[in-house]
Design a protein around this ligand. Structure first.
Ligand code: CMP
Length: 139
């Protein structure tokens, strides 16, 4: 089915000017960018977005990292977009990511792993709503 998923190009990638190369990977996989904006997340946005990880030992560092530079938040649309995006991203830890995936090619570490992508339909809907209004999404 045609789905929408939420994506973040993280500060390690924007700093190294990899935005276009990463978007090409999405597009080459058949995903369409139907919403996109470059923002500098506030501390409150980072903490709210990653609230599900609040109890994890990496939460504080993760939030600091996510506000350390600009990010590009996007909505990607396509056939099985959630799974497809996860495939294109590769495993969270770049050491485990399959060759050719974004994280295998670009990620610096398990934290500075270049991209975020929604893991399920419910989280995709929540994450899209966290950063976009309906009128900002143009399919
Ligand atoms: P992301 O897919 O955005 O979801 C949570 C993020 O926490 C993850 O990518 C990484 O950037 C970061 N992170 C840092 N350490 C870990 C860890 N040990 N396990 C999972 N995620 C981690």
């Amino acid at each position: 089915a045609i789905e929408r998923t939420f994506s973040i190009i993280k500060p390690d990638a924007t700093k190294r000017n990899l935005t276009g190369k990463i978007i090409s990977k999405f597009e080459d996989a058949g995903l369409r960018v139907v919403a996109s904006k470059r923002i500098h997340m506030t501390q409150a946005q980072a903490e709210g977005f990653y609230a599900v990880h609040k109890e994890r030992p990496f939460y504080g560092d993760l939030c600091s990292y996510m506000v350390s530079g600009p990010v590009v938040v996007q909505v990607l649309e396509g056939e099985d977009a959630i799974a497809k995006n996860r495939e294109v991203m590769g495993a969270t830890n770049p050491a485990d990511a399959a060759p050719g995936t974004i994280r295998a090619e670009f990620a610096e570490s398990i934290e500075a792993n270049s991209v975020h992508g929604s893991d399920a339909p419910e989280t995709a809907a929540e994450e899209i709503k966290f950063f976009f209004t309906d009128d900002e999404i143009v399919g």
